[in-house]
Design a protein around this ligand. Sequence first.
Ligand SMILES: Cc1cc2nc3c(=O)[nH]c(=O)nc-3n(C[C@H](O)[C@H](O)[C@H](O)COP(=O)(O)OP(=O)(O)OC[C@H]3O[C@@H](n4cnc5c(N)ncnc54)[C@H](O)[C@@H]3O)c2cc1C
Length: 422
Amino acid sequence: MKHVFIIGGGFAGINLVKHLAKDKSLEITLVDRNNYNFFPPLLYQVTTGFLDSPNISYPFRKLLRKYKNVHFLMGELEFVNSEKNAVTIDGKDYSYDYLVIATGVSNNYFGMEQVKANAFPMKTLSDALTLKNHLLRQVEKAALTTDRQEREKLLNVVVVGGGPTGVEISGMLADMKRDILAKDHPDLYDKGHLPHLFLVDGLNVVLKPMSDKTHLYALDALTAMGVDVHLGMQVKDYDGETVFFADGHQITTKTLIWAAGVTGIKFAGLPPESYGRGNRIICDQYNKVQATENIYAIGDACVQTHEAAYPAGHPQMAQIAIQQGKNLANNIIAARRHGSLRPFAYQDKGSMAIIGRNRAVVDLPSKKHFQGRLAFFSWLAVHLLSLATAANRLTTFYRWVVAYFTRDQALRMIIETSNKKD
Ligand SMILES: Cc1cc2nc3c(=O)[nH]c(=O)nc-3n(C[C@H](O)[C@H](O)[C@H](O)COP(=O)(O)OP(=O)(O)OC[C@H]3O[C@@H](n4cnc5c(N)ncnc54)[C@H](O)[C@@H]3O)c2cc1C
């Protein structure tokens, strides 16, 4: 049996495993630093207490137990020894016949160490829960203080990054300010002590990769919802109390949400010439890593430039990761049977973003665009169907029905975990 080692069980890795498992002559090991798969596009709903973390996550061991040739290993990739066909996971060496890197990306703070230390990222479930606790705690503190400046600092929220994550969390916080604050904190609401929400981006539009109609609609919708959108503004520093902008502007806040940039993760042992712009791993049209023999990369971690429509590489999105996982599985199986390989060809299914209640945008590959209530329900349907299991879909559907009809949810508990680890 040939041994396929897959590092990372996100969209790319899990789709690769599912398709590869059909070939019983392969032994497959999936490695992930977490013991669960999760759905990043809905992280912001965990942060805002509209979904619970189990609604959008599922344990790998349960997800994979039906595949008898698949094993799961919880651990972190540390080193790749391509000469010996071995990887080091948490200090232990394992050999492979094929290695697939599907580790996604990490946050890019563009070298601003203070921003990294003080801002709240939105990439993992732990990030989402940490930010949720922080946001709820700031409002409780604001309800107690009599100092106006302190209260403003506690209630102000600055979101950096006008991509889908930044837009979606800004919109949801604006909806919560309107629908929930008056009920939970009449003490603050009645006195007009309200959060001030800022969304800032260095570019001149929000949702940049989408259509012009989307840019205009999203900006109008956010502004109408009370989000103060500042475009063309670059963050220079953040000390945990004040955000400093390159043009001299300052905003005081205890909450800076960082949704502004990503970078690939570099692994010791992979040849330096395998990495391209943004630390993405350079791959050929079959996802084979440049300057290696039997190492592949898929999903956000990789960059392929063979498709004329994407000369700088594909956008880092879920659909591409899913399709690359499936294509690589088919190619590995085909190669084992001496069949021909298919170069990766991205099937664009369009893009969508939600802004708030009954407000969303959809751009179809045919260049058609729609927005508003229809786009809102399309977004809900697509995201519901994309969740990993029926259990996830059912519990999320229930939570969304409650939220839609009551404009509320009952998940705003601050639950701290201790830092004690084994
Ligand atoms: C908040 C947010 C919202 C998003 N919204 C959308 C959206 O609406 N639409 C869209 O198309 N895309 C969206 N994206 C992007 C989308 O989630 C990514 O394109 C997609 O997840 C990429 O899949 P992947 O498998 O390459 O990486 P990931 O899904 O990130 O999976 C990587 C996996 O690797 C594991 N890992 C990382 N490093 C190691 C290591 N050293 N050792 C072991 N395991 C490791 C991680 O734990 C993770 O499970 C969003 C992303 C975020 C963060």
